[in-house]
Ligand binder design. Structure first.
Ligand SMILES: Cc1ncc(COP(=O)(O)O)c(C=O)c1O
Length: 462
């Protein structure tokens, strides 16, 4: 096996993130992507059932993105945005501002905008766009923009953040402070900064035993209390819209997000909507916040922004927020950047990705694919040992009854991962939650085969 020829070197020097070395075995050496599949060095094909950490929303090998990268690399590989500019960053900021503004309006009922690609036909100054490379760096920027926004207005006491328990926003220190997941971040409990936390919703396993139609968002009482009592010192609330992904695919009703936006507005606290995982069609609309009909204050984008071709992320701030960063009469310039912010090749990949979303009706494909997963996985809901089956857009999660302890949980997750791999699908369960987030463009036969593999794997465990 050719895999073997890499194994020793891999084990000697390569640090695999979120990987238990004792369980890793000889890892598949992935050498190629073909549509929704990844192919290893020995020619085995696997469905990329989590879209390579949710980034490769269009699968692999998209000729238009590849060509855009090739063309841009030949013209200009990098140039900074400090006191300089370049066409791809300008074009991408324009496109993102129009797409986000269109999504806000479409979410609020603007029927003239295309549901699958709601870009406004005219340019808009409603949003200013700051580029970075990864989701976590978009979150860091969002948090800093929120604090400086209040600073710019002399309200230096408004510098704390609120967040939902089990939210996840990335692994850098501030992102980790805002999204502290104990099972990931426990060693860093002593270095994260304090963030006010409130209970998070998950409608499928509602802690109050209620259903979304009649619950009155009881789960948000704590959040209401926290924001009301700390309004004077809170800069922002940061949330994952509609699905708290890494914390266990905790899917919640749009009404909850609408309520969160209202609680923020009532208390003069900015709302940061972290769309890094949910943005670009994953939930069955271009952005998750659209379902709730809200206008967020700050939005973080990443992952699928370039369909997983190159690292690029973006933080969008409402014009009223961005306008406080003027340098006259007092200098309030935002001093925050990374070397590769707005990299031209990554921006070119993102522009080509947006073209594909528009031309290939990708969001509609996600809606159809999601409906297929719902139908195929429905029987699992009745099975003993299955606590909950939940779906949203092209996300499907099966939560099993908890294992007796952390070691058993981890061993079960490893068994599920390996069983599915043997069945031709790459997954990474989150504790008791076995989930899939396949490429939005995966064809029906691939999704059907994936669902059947999931059913078999769960039946072997539950
Ligand atoms: C909601 C959310 N925000 C931020 C991040 C961090 O993104 P990155 O891993 O690109 O830093 C993630 C990653 O999974 C995420 O799910």
């Amino acid at each position: 096996m050719k895999t073997q020829s890499y194994s020793d070197r891999d084990r000697r020097n390569l640090w695999h993130p979120y990987t238990r070395f004792s369980q890793a075995g000889a890892l598949p050496v992935i050498v190629r992507g073909e549509g929704p599949y990844l192919v290893d060095i020995d020619g085995r094909r696997y469905l990329d059932a989590i879209s390579s950490w949710w980034a490769c929303a269009l699968g692999h090998g998209q000729p238009r993105v590849i060509e855009a990268i090739r063309r841009q690399a030949g013209e200009l590989q990098h140039s900074i945005l400090g006191n300089l500019t370049h066409p791809r960053a300008i074009e991408l900021a324009d496109r993102l501002a129009r797409l986000v503004e269109g999504a806000v309006r479409r979410g609020q009922g603007a029927a003239e905008l295309d549901e699958d690609y709601p870009e406004t036909p005219e340019p808009t100054d409603a949003w200013r766009v700051l580029f970075a490379s990864d989701g976590a760096s978009a979150v860091e920027a969002a948090l800093k923009i929120a604090v400086q926004y209040w600073f710019n207005q002399g309200q230096t006491e408004k510098r704390l953040f609120a967040a939902l328990r089990l939210g996840y926003h990335g692994d850098t220190l501030a992102a980790m402070s805002a999204g502290f997941v104990p099972s990931f971040h426990a060693p860093f409990a002593g270095v994260v900064f304090p963030v006010l936390q409130a209970a998070s919703p998950c409608c499928g396993t509602c802690a109050w035993g209620l259903t979304p139609e009649f619950c009155g968002s009881a789960c948000l009482e704590e959040l209401r209390l926290v924001l009301r009592s700390h309004a004077h010192e809170l800069a922002a609330l940061i949330v994952e819209p509609l699905c708290m992904a890494a914390g266990g695919m905790r899917i919640y009703a749009p009404e909850c997000l609408r309520q969160m936006a209202k609680i923020c507005a009532d208390n003069r606290v900015l709302l940061i909507v972290d769309e890094v995982a949910m943005g670009f069609g994953r939930t069955g609309r271009m952005f998750a916040f659209q379902h709730a009909g809200i206008r967020p204050d700050i939005i973080c984008l990443g992952k699928a922004l370039s369909a997983g071709y190159l690292p690029i992320s973006a933080t969008l701030a409402r014009r009223e927020i961005a306008d406080t960063f003027s340098d006259l009469p007092v200098d309030r310039t935002l001093c925050h950047s990374h070397t590769f912010s707005g990299n031209p090749i990554a921006a070119a990949a993102a522009l080509a990705t947006l073209d594909l979303f528009r031309d290939e009706r990708v969001v509609a494909q996600a809606v159809a694919g999601g409906a297929l997963l719902v139908a195929e996985l429905a029987p699992l809901a009745e099975r003993a040992g299955v606590r909950n089956v939940r779906t949203l857009g092209m996300i499907a999660a099966v939560e099993l009854d908890p294992a007796p302890d952390a070691a058993a949980e981890s061993a079960r997750a490893a068994r599920l991962r390996e069983r599915l791999r043997a069945d031709g699908a790459l997954v990474r369960p989150l504790g008791p939650v076995l989930y899939v987030m396949p490429p939005l463009t995966a064809p029906p036969e691939a999704l059907r085969a994936l669902a059947q593999s999931l059913v078999r794997a769960v039946e072997a465990e539950a």
